[in-house]
Ligand binder design. Structure first.
Ligand SMILES: [Zn+2]
Length: 158
């Protein structure tokens, strides 16, 4: 996304951070893609990178919302004090990314439509917060019901 925030901008609540991820999800939907968004923040709420699933748009099965946000954040010296905020419970691939780089905290917008590796992350010391925002649950569950084949492709189940 070209709309980088200024360094002074702080997203100081989970709701404010999740709103950025939700904007990404809706941007993905508007592009004809899978509506999952994510953003990586510092612990004190500075936005490092944001992104969304680009399987359809870029023909890229590796670009999940979390990996896109991670990619757009660029190199960080340490991830311990970062927060990955995602509209949907992170799949095993993205949960692996969180463990690999030691991301300290994950905020999940919706674990009703899909439950990924969040419990595994919590067992290994990652601080996991589940919001279960009704609008995000509606968005994702509705999209999955309308696009079952594409969804199963994205989560590697066919
Ligand atoms: Zn993923």
């Amino acid at each position: 996304m070209s709309e980088e925030s200024t360094e002074e901008t702080r997203y100081t609540t989970d709701a404010a951070m999740l709103a950025v991820a939700a904007e990404e999800a809706r941007a993905g939907l508007a592009e004809g893609g899978i509506p999952i968004g994510a953003a990586l923040f510092t612990r004190d709420g500075r936005l490092l990178g944001r992104g969304h699933n680009k399987r359809v748009q870029d023909d890229d099965p590796a670009m999940h919302a979390e990996t896109d946000a991670f990619h757009n954040a660029g190199r960080q010296r340490s991830y311990r004090d970062t927060v990955m905020v995602t509209t949907l419970s992170p799949c095993w691939y993205c949960s692996g990314l969180v463990r690999q780089f030691g991301i300290g905290r994950v905020v999940v917008g919706d674990d009703r439509s899909f439950l990924g590796g969040q419990d595994w992350l919590a067992e290994h010391g990652v601080e996991v917060t589940v919001v279960n925002d009704p609008a995000l649950i509606d968005l994702m569950s509705g999209w999955i019901a309308a696009n079952p084949a594409l969804w199963n492709e994205d989560i590697g189940q066919d």
